[in-house]
Design a protein. Structure first.
Length: 247
């Protein structure tokens, strides 16, 4: 039994230790925000039409691009103001302003004239989930004021990178624990549980009395190292069985 444990230490402990380290430091490969713009808003109003396109998705501390087109479809259109606000949500919950701009002010548009405006917006590190665009327009046609318009639309999705990393680490740790349990079963014909570790520990305590007869300190150190290693791994394994929610 002692020689079996020593063989296990030499051939297995190094391997599972490497797997464990890899699982702890594993991180999701971050995909950079796509340069492709998607249409998030398009609407026709008396005398004007408005369209908005933006980056499909980005990451915290990243950037997004927003483009707005204003098309004049009547004569005598005058824009008193056209304002833009872009909001994000702190931890996916609390609405916060990311960007604000006065796009047009006291501007007369010709029939079929198209104004294109582009904005590069920085995303805070604690923002995730869908962002929100809000436009407010006050205008008139041939001197006649029209009702102000206030369109809003969900836009660029900000990924919850921290949660993605935790998911990846949890998947890696589960794979590692499966490998560890398989190795444990092959060597001891039992599953890796606290009860079985306690049984193995009692067996090892009985064998400690015979270690002096074998006259080998290296065997004793190897046995104790195995016990310490498996108890640490089991504790981590059980702790990760029910991951906490982070949103």
């Amino acid at each position: 039994m002692v020689m079996t444990l020593v063989k296990l230490k030499v051939n297995v402990v190094a391997t599972v230790a490497m797997l464990f380290i890899a699982s702890i430091f594993a991180r999701t490969t971050l995909v950079l925000a796509s340069e492709e713009l998607l249409q998030f808003f398009s609407e026709d109003y008396p005398g004007i039409s408005i369209r908005a396109e933006a980056t499909n998705e980005t990451v915290p501390n990243g950037n997004l691009t927003l483009k707005i087109w204003i098309n004049c479809t009547a004569r005598g259109v005058k824009i008193e103001y056209l304002r833009l606000n872009v909001y994000g949500f702190v931890e996916g919950k609390e609405k916060t302003l990311l960007y604000s701009a006065q796009v047009l002010n006291n501007t007369t548009l010709e029939l079929d004239e198209v104004r294109e405006e582009s904005f590069n917006i920085s995303v805070l590190g604690n923002i995730w989930g869908s962002t929100l665009g809000e436009i407010s327009v006050s205008y008139s046609i041939v001197g006649t004021p029209l009702p102000s318009i206030y369109p809003s639309f969900p836009m660029t999705f900000v990924r919850n990178v921290k949660y993605e990393e935790l998911q990846e680490a949890y998947r890696n740790l589960n794979e590692f624990c499966d490998e560890l349990n398989e190795t444990f079963f092959e060597n001891f014909q039992m599953n890796l549980t606290l009860e079985n570790l306690a049984t193995l520990n009692n067996t090892l305590k009985e064998l400690q009395g015979r270690l002096g007869e074998l006259n080998t300190t290296r065997v004793a150190v190897g046995v104790l190292a195995i016990i310490a290693f498996f108890f640490v791994i089991t504790t981590l394994y059980l702790a990760m069985r029910k991951p906490k929610q982070y949103w």
